[in-house]
Write a protein that binds this ligand. Structure first.
Ligand code: AMP
Ligand code: ZN
Length: 154
């Protein structure tokens, strides 16, 4: 399942590099983040190597996120947290450092003053024409993979 590509998270999934594992099944591996934002900060990764979610089929993405939700319930219960942030970054611009798809599950507490998306990027104002234009561009792009690997027609 894992490729000999020097990838840190492939090596963690195969057990070659140790980690604080909390869950594993045939599709995913979940372990504590080495630099936790809070105790119990967990990463869920597909056992198969993908760089970003664009490389995954709808089915593979669904398998990852349905299992991430399953683990998330355990993280929230196991840490008795008030809430839970699910964070997933694709590409350097989005802050992705490790180039193997991973889902962050971060326990959150009322005491830390819940931050919303403001914690990721601040709200900006754009002219209505810009928003119409971007909505139109997205509409025309949905279902068309940039790599042309797959075309979906839901
Ligand atoms: P990202 O910035 O979304 O790519 O997140 C990568 C995450 O991987 C960071 O939160 C790191 O702390 C975490 N990380 C890096 N190396 C390890 C490791 N050996 N074990 C556990 N977590 C790691
Ligand atoms: Zn990998």
């Amino acid at each position: 399942m894992n490729e000999d590509n020097g990838c840190l998270f492939c090596k963690i999934a195969s057990g070659e590099i140790p980690s604080k594992k909390v869950y594993e099944d045939e599709k995913v591996f979940a372990f504590l983040d080495i630099n936790p934002r809070n105790p119990g900060h967990t990463l869920v990764i597909p056992k198969k190597h993908f760089t970003t979610i664009s490389d995954m089929s709808e089915e593979e993405y669904g398998e990852l996120f349905s299992r991430a939700k399953y683990v998330a319930n355990g993280v929230q219960k196991g840490t008795k947290s008030d809430g839970l942030s699910v964070v997933q970054s694709n590409g350097k611009a989005a802050g992705q450092v490790v180039t193997h798809v991973h889902v962050h599950l971060i326990p959150r507490y009322m005491s830390e003053g819940p931050v919303s998306l403001e914690g990721v990027l601040s709200v900006k104002k754009f002219p209505d024409e810009t928003l119409d234009s971007v909505a139109s561009s997205i509409k025309g792009s949905i279902g068309k993979s940039s790599e042309k690997k797959e075309e979906y027609d839901f």
